[in-house]
Design a protein around this ligand. Structure first.
Ligand code: ATP
Ligand code: MG
Length: 442
């Protein structure tokens, strides 16, 4: 696959080269191009110092001058242009605490984490691949540049990046690199929760979220997600299940579309099962209350990992309702959708489908039919625009007061009661009818 540089990248390289500097597209964009994928962004590495780069371009932003990075703007897009450098200790994944500039491309490529991320390209010199990155790309291998133990000692985040790239690309981690991960996983304790969270999110939203299993096998989750280790250690002696809680959750993640909150919800939906285990006289395991307790556990985990409030709230709601049972009739679906929040119901259907597909075959067809029925009932309700919330009710608090009710908590209770009536039968959602009910009451 020949590398096709975008016109803006060609122009930036050309400007730098014409001024007498070396310049290459480098890292992720070269890896992705060789794989035939469209890179998200194009990074450039150059022998020019940041001030020299700035002098050559009209619009630049000082992204990380200290680390040698200047963003060059072209046609509304930014391109990070970074001076060749040798890194000291890392502090946040892209930016080491101290850097030394160097005149050598080779030194700059040597500091990069994995062989597949350590290739550079320009039209003049073609591909610069000093560590066998292209071969590793062809064979599907994640391998550290240089000595893996050293590389993970410099920056423990690379441990998570290895698993994340393996999940994104569907690659295996080379044995030496994998053993070094095992030896250094403990060092992840020194890495900030924010940096870990970014890698975990990329891992679970990748095409192979189940490769979190590798993070477990190599001792990574024991440090960053010990709850998952407890899930892996929890068998489920119950006809509905054929995997441990952890294995089930990995498969459930794989079965849901790659959206952050859905994937995190599948990862954590049964997080509280190990805390809720009871075994009946027949030896069957039960996990009563695990969804409710799971909501709290999920919040604790996600807060620790510094997820944003929106993500925490949505994932926790999905965990809370994932096990809800709804009868196959419209009024039951309306009630459930109303109780959990209108926006949640279709997502809960996705969660339930993924959950189901990771269970044993026991009564599978029946459960699938039930879900299908719920989906079509919900779609009908949507189409008909049935009232599901107080906002859609044909009367408001103001209407009730005009009809003579006093303000206060009783007003809220009455509205809720009227909503229940309408959930039962949407035909009744008219002002006349609802107010007439009130008159009857009093
Ligand atoms: P993506 O942007 O898809 O996550 P990427 O490979 O572009 O993948 P970035 O985090 O954007 O990853 O980093 C760009 C490049 O910088 C990498 O390809 C790699 O060469 C280098 N790099 C980034 N983080 C590190 C690190 N912690 N240690 C060593 N090199 C790194
Ligand atoms: Mg990148």
């Amino acid at each position: 696959m020949p590398i096709q540089l975008p016109e803006d990248v060609k122009a930036i390289l050309h400007t730098l080269q014409t001024a007498g500097y070396e310049a290459y597209a480098v890292g992720g964009c070269i890896r992705d191009s060789l794989l035939g994928r469209i890179p998200d962004d194009w990074d450039i590495t150059t022998s020019a110092k940041p001030e020299e780069t700035k002098a050559l371009f009209g619009r630049t932003i000082d992204t990380g001058i200290r680390h040698g990075t200047v963003t060059v703007m072209r046609h509304g897009r930014g391109y990070e242009v970074t001076t060749y450098r040798v890194d000291g200790e890392y502090e946040d994944g892209r930016h080491p605490k101290e850097v030394t500039f160097t005149a050598s491309l080779k030194e700059d490529l040597k500091r990069r984490d994995f062989t597949v991320n350590a290739m550079a390209y320009n039209e003049k010199d073609g591909l610069v691949d000093l560590f066998g990155g292209r071969q590793d790309l062809e064979r599907g291998i994640i391998r550290c540049v240089g000595d893996a133990n050293e590389r993970f000692s410099e920056d423990a985040l690379r441990i998570m990046r290895a698993v994340r790239f393996s999940a994104q690309l569907g690659f295996v981690i080379e044995n030496g690199t994998r053993e070094a991960i095992r030896s250094h996983a403990e060092n992840l304790r020194q890495v900030s929760a924010e940096r870990i969270q970014i890698e975990l999110t990329k891992l679970v939203t990748s095409p192979h979220p189940d490769l979190l299993r590798i993070a477990w096998e190599t001792g990574i989750t024991a440090v960053v997600l010990p709850e998952f280790d407890r899930m892996m250690a929890q068998p489920q002696n119950n006809p509905h299940h054929c995997f441990s809680v952890g294995e089930h959750s990995l498969r459930a993640m794989l079965a849901v579309r790659p959206e952050k909150c859905l994937r995190l919800a599948m990862l954590l939906h049964d997080v509280a099962k190990p805390l809720c285990l009871t075994t009946d006289e027949e030896g069957i395991d039960h996990f009563h209350g695990h969804a409710q307790k799971g909501e709290k556990e999920a919040a604790r985990v996600l807060k620790r990992l510094r997820y944003d409030n929106h993500t925490i709230e949505l994932v926790c709601r999905l965990v809370k309702w994932h096990d809800v049972s709804v009868a196959c009739e419209k009024k039951a679906v309306r009630r459930a959708a109303s109780r959990m929040g209108k926006d949640l119901f279709p997502l809960i259907l996705e969660v339930k489908a993924a959950d189901l597909s990771a269970q044993s075959g026991y009564r599978r067809a029946e459960k699938e039919k039930w879900l299908e029925k719920l989906r079509s009932l919900y779609e009908e309700i949507e189409r008909e625009g049935d009232c599901l919330t107080l906002k859609d009710l044909a009367v408001t608090g103001k209407d009730l007061m005009e009809a003579g009710m006093k303000p206060g908590p009783g007003l809220g209770r009455t509205l809720q009661m009227l909503l229940e009536t309408v959930l039962e039968d949407p035909e009744k959602n008219t002002k006349e009818y609802l107010l007439s009910l009130l008159l009857k009451e009093t």
